[in-house]
Structures are given as C-alpha cells and as structure tokens.
Design a protein around this ligand. Structure first.
Ligand code: ARG
Ligand code: ZN
Ligand code: CA
Length: 233
C-alpha cells in the first residue's frame, strides 16, 4: 500500500508572452488537481444513480517542483510534440512535466501514456484551459483528464462501440464520447453512461469522478516494475 502518491510537477509555459499564463492559473490548477484526485464529489451525483458506490479518492497529490517560462513567437504548436523538442522535459523519469502553450486546432490538451519515450513524457495543456479561467472548459479539468491518461487511463467509452473496453470493470460501457452537460440517465449501451467521469468529454463542471477501478489501474503503474515506479523512488 503506497498511501497517497505525491507527484512532483514541472510546469513549462511557452507563449509569445509567457507571463499571460499567470501565477493564479498555476495555483488554481494545482488546487483543482489536489481536489479532483482526492475527493469523490459524490454530493454532485444526480439522484437515481448508483455511481456513488464507484466514486473514489484516487489517492494522488501534486506539488509544484519548478515553473519555467519561455517567450517564444510560435503561434501554435500542434500535437506532434514540437513544443517538447524545443523545451525538453525536466527529470521526466521522476517528475510529471506539463507544457502550457497554444496547441491550436481546438485541442484543449493531450497526453502520453506510461511506457513511452522520456523525451516526450508528460501532458500539454492549452493556456485558456489551464487553471481556473472562464468558459465551459475553465475549471482546470483538462489537466485532470490528461493526467488520467498519463496515469494509464483510457477514455471511458474505450474509443469505440459498446464492445470496446477501457480495461476498467466499474466504468459502464459506452458507445461514444459524451459532450456538454448530459441529463441523467444518458444510455448508449446497456446502462447509464458515466458522463460525469473525468475520462469522458463533457464540460468541466459536469465531470467530477474517478472510480475505484480507475484508481487501481492508475496506482498499478507505481508498483515495483511498473512504468512509473521511479516516481515513488
Ligand atoms: N484531449 C481532449 C480534447 O482536447 C481533452 C478533453 C478535456 N475535457 C474537458 N472537459 N476539459 O478535446
Ligand atoms: Zn482524452
Ligand atoms: Ca469499463
């Protein structure tokens, strides 16, 4: 039993004027992560669900190790890891690196699963979605979702029709992503979709839980021999 697993975080901000991503965004983003990965938020569940039995403290905390700001005139970085080549991660074997930059193409963020190359390990988040900002993606949950991927979680619908799995037993099958803020119950396979899971595509205010099965899947990679065991020394 590893207890709460602390993840040290390096934040690499790359913008023409890197000061546009503020200290308040950093602070609110960290507060959101430290809430979302601990509190099950069962009070937010609509009446009529049994999802309260599945919602959990995922058992992770996050602390800022370093903040790096780079002024760079590049207008958009895309999703081909160009920003990581230009500004390499710091100690990716033992730290989560978060690049904050303009990705472009309407992409909020993207992540690398465990087991990939250290040079590209970490998550990338668009500046307007980093920390508490404004709009339907303004509660910092893009980072919660992308760090879910970094910790080995798949999208809740398994990126395919009902028979496609996310390898988590207590997340119900879904046939596709959900967006917006669905009214419960929203059924795409046999039972209600867990639209309020961080690994769906709903609005920030409408996603607020990980399950026990997701907790176990995330924490398994920190066991001896696991892909992220080095983070816990
Ligand atoms: N990779 C996804 C995208 O860019 C992230 C979705 C995050 N969802 C959210 N509510 N913040 O579309
Ligand atoms: Zn995703
Ligand atoms: Ca499942």
């Amino acid at each position: 039993n590893l207890g709460t697993i602390n993840i040290p975080v390096n934040i690499i901000i790359v913008y023409p004027d890197a000061s546009t991503v503020t200290q308040s965004q950093i602070d609110t983003q960290m507060a959101t992560l430290n809430d979302d990965f601990v509190n099950p938020h069962t009070d937010q569940l609509p009446s009529g669900t049994t999802f309260a039995n599945d919602a959990t403290n995922a058992g992770f905390s996050f602390t800022v190790a370093g903040v790096y700001r780079y002024n760079d005139p590049t207008s958009s970085w895309g999703t081909n890891d160009a920003v990581k080549a230009a500004y390499p991660p710091i100690s990716p074997e033992t730290h989560l690196n978060i690049w904050v930059c303009n990705i472009g193409g309407g992409i909020l963020g993207y992540a690398q699963f465990p087991g990939g190359a250290p040079e590209t390990d970490g998550v990338v988040i668009g500046g307007p979605y980093f920390g508490t900002t404004s709009g339907v993606y303004g509660l910092g949950r893009t980072a919660t979702h992308e760090i879910g991927h970094y910790l080995n979680l798949r999208h809740i619908w398994g990126d395919g029709p009902c028979r496609f799995d996310d390898y988590v037993v207590d997340t119900p099958d879904a046939s596709a992503s959900n967006g917006g803020c669905p009214t419960f119950p929203s059924v795409s396979c046999k039972s209600a979709d867990m639209t309020m899971n961080y690994m769906d595509y709903t609005y920030d205010a409408c996603m607020y839980m990980f399950t026990d099965g997701q907790r176990n899947r995330m924490r398994a990679i920190f066991q001896p021999g696991g892909a992220r065991a080095a983070l816990v020394g």
